[in-house]
Design a binder for this molecule. Sequence first.
Ligand SMILES: Nc1ncnc2c1ncn2[C@@H]1O[C@H](COP(=O)(O)OP(=O)(O)OP(=O)(O)O)[C@@H](O)[C@H]1O
Ligand SMILES: [Mg+2]
Length: 403
Amino acid sequence: MQRDYSPFTPGIPVPVEFFVGRQAEITHLRDKIIRASKGQLQIAFLSGERGIGKSSLASFVRHLVERENQILGLHTFLGGVTTLTEMVRRVFDRLLKDSLDKTWHERVKDFFGDHIREVGLFGVSLEFDAGPSELTRMVHDFAPALRSLSKRLHDKKKGLLIILDDINGLATSEDFANWLKSLVDEIATSSALLPLCLVLVGLEERRQSLIKLQPSLARVFDLISIEPWSNEETREFYLNSFSKVGITVEDDALELLIRYTGGLPAMAHEIGDAVFKKIWTDCLDRVSTFMGISDAVSIIGRKYVEPQVFRFIRSERYRSILRKVVESTNTEKLIFQRQELLSLLSQSEKGVFGNFIRKMKEMGVITDVPEMGRGCYRFCNRLYFSYFRLEADAEKKRHVAEK
Ligand SMILES: Nc1ncnc2c1ncn2[C@@H]1O[C@H](COP(=O)(O)OP(=O)(O)OP(=O)(O)O)[C@@H](O)[C@H]1O
Ligand SMILES: [Mg+2]
C-alpha cells in the first residue's frame, strides 16, 4: 500500500491520470481541434463556475491532442493580465518554455530570432524578450506570426491549440474584444491557411462581458459549458483516487462523500484530501469520513469564501437563518423561495430576514430570479452553497454531540 502521498490535488488542475468524466466535452473539443488542424479556424469558450474544472479539462484535452493528434498546445494563464501586449508576451513565452525539451526546440528558437534571453540562476531557463513597440507589432501581426510558426513545424505539428485561461482581466477590455474579432476576420478572409484552435476559458460572466463589448463575438464562440459532476462521476472520482493509494471505501462513507461534494471537483479535492489525512487503515469508513469532512469545512471556508462573507456568517443569528436557507434550497438549481422559508424562521429571525437578504445580495452571494417572480433567489456560486451546506451539517453534528 502506498499511502505516503495524497492522491488529491486541491487548488491545481488535476494530473491526467486522476482526471474523471467529461467525455462529451472532451470529444467535442477534440473534434474541433482536429477540424482546426485541417485549416478551418475554430474558437471555443469554455465556461463554468469557479472550481468546476475548466482548466483541468483544457489541460487534459491539450495533453490528449498533443499525444495523439500531433498538435502543438499552449496553455497560458492570464490571471491579472489586462493588456494585449502582455497577453501576447505570455503566449510566446509559453511556447518557448514548453519547447525546451522538444526535438523542435531549435526551430522555435529560430522563430524567435534574437528575442530570447537567458534567465534564472546560471541562465538555466529561457525567456521571450521583446520591447514594448515590438510587442505591439506582434499583437497586430499575431495571425501571420502563428502562420510562420506553423510552417516551421509543419512536419512535426499539424495544428496549433492556444488556450487563454483565466481571462478575467481581459474580458472587460474593449481592446481585447476588438482584437479577437479582427483576428477572426483576418484569418477568415486570408487565402493562407492557419490551422488554429483558440480556446478561451473563464466564468460565464466573462463571456457575456466580451459579447457586450463586441456583439459579433456571440456567433464566433462555440460555447462549451461545464456542469457539475453527476453522482456517478463523483463516485468514480473517489473510488479511483483512493484505489490509487490502496484504500477501499465503504458504501456509506462513499455516499457521504458524494453528498457533500455537490458535484464540484474543487470540493472533491478539498474533502478528499482532508479525509485522506484521517485514514489509518486501508479501508475508509463513515467515522473517518465525518472527521475529515469536518476539517474540510474550515479549510474551504478560509480558502474559498471571501472574508466579508465569512465575517457576515459568523453572526449567530444570520448563521441560523443561513442553515434554514440551505435546508429549503433546491440543490440542483440552487434556488430558494422567500415564502417557503418564512415558515421555517423564528419571530426574531423574521425581523432581520430583510437585512440578511439585502446583505447577501450586496456581497454577490445570492441574486434575484426575476423570471420566477418576486421573492425567489438563487445562489450565484455552487461552491458557496456547498460550503454553507457543509457548515450547516457540521454545526448540527456539533449540537448533537454536545447534548
Ligand atoms: N475532471 C476532473 N477530474 C478530477 N479532478 C478534477 C477534474 N476537474 C477538476 N478537478 C479538480 O478540481 C479542482 C478545480 O479544478 P480547476 O482548477 O480545473 O477548475 P476551474 O474551473 O479552472 O477553476 P477556476 O474557476 O478557479 O479557475 C482542482 O483541484 C482540480 O484538480
Ligand atoms: Mg481555472
